[in-house]
Design a protein. Structure first.
Length: 241
């Protein structure tokens, strides 16, 4: 038997703070910040400074996202094997949590993109495109090419790995903290790369982080937290006797 301590988690703060920030983004939409940052990354007559970058497109976008997909597939395989391989049985809840949190975090992106129809920076007239800018809650100008840029899909591939933090926090706290830093860092790098290419505004990626955080917290509460009860080791039980 394995000994580990249940670590308290402030779910109120974990839910309320992101929701307050979301409400603030809706009330005070950071359009000026979004457009200002995009202008810094755009060169008239040339395009976005990362638009033709092999590294940003082929490595940081395509290959990096493929690695995240491979990790998700390995989590699915590990979860399936936990039913037949005894060494993985103790990790079954964590593996199941990973599969669920990663799947929902990434699967949510496409339908929300279709529903919101927000344009990408590179589609806008100001940045060499044909479309007219509109805020998140504003009516979309008539177009034959609805936007598909909110929230950020590539940013979600990075921020979805926040699930690693919650999967490990009660069993391996130090590794969990490292995973938290890694996930936030990776999501930020993915976000910046797509901003340099003109694919997303800053707020698109911030929304993505908030969505993924709430999804990971929710499933942590639903799948893992209430099951994490202290377990005594065999040696401890013998001493108690």
């Amino acid at each position: 038997m394995v000994t580990y301590a249940v670590r308290a988690f402030n779910f109120k703060a974990a839910f309320i703070l992101p929701l307050v920030l979301m409400a603030s983004l809706l009330i005070f939409e950071p359009s000026a910040l979004d457009l200002g940052l995009a202008r810094l990354m755009y060169v008239p007559e040339s395009g976005f400074i990362g638009g033709k970058s092999f590294f940003l497109e082929d490595i940081l976008h395509d290959r990096a996202k493929q690695l995240v997909i491979v990790f998700a597939v390995l989590a699915i395989i590990g979860f399936a094997l936990s039913f037949v391989w005894q060494k993985l049985q103790r990790w079954r809840p964590q593996l199941g949590y990973l599969v669920l949190a990663l799947a929902v975090s990434t699967a949510l992106v496409t339908p929300v993109k279709i529903l919101t129809a927000v344009q990408c920076p590179w589609d806008l007239q100001e940045f060499g495109g044909q479309e007219v800018y509109s805020g998140l809650l504003e009516p979309r100008p008539a177009t034959n090419k609805p936007g598909r840029c909110w929230p950020g899909g590539h940013a979600s591939a990075g921020f979805s790995l926040l699930a690693l933090f919650f999967a490990l926090r009660d069993l391996k706290p130090r590794a969990a903290r490292a995973c938290l830093v890694f996930a936030i860092g990776l999501g930020t790098v993915f976000s910046l790369g797509r901003m340099l290419q003109g694919a997303h505004f800053f707020s698109h990626n911030l929304w993505t982080f908030l969505f993924d955080w709430l999804i990971c917290v929710f499933f942590y509460w639903l799948v893992l937290y209430r099951k994490n009860t202290p377990v005594q080791s065999c040696a401890a039980m013998q001493v108690a006797r």
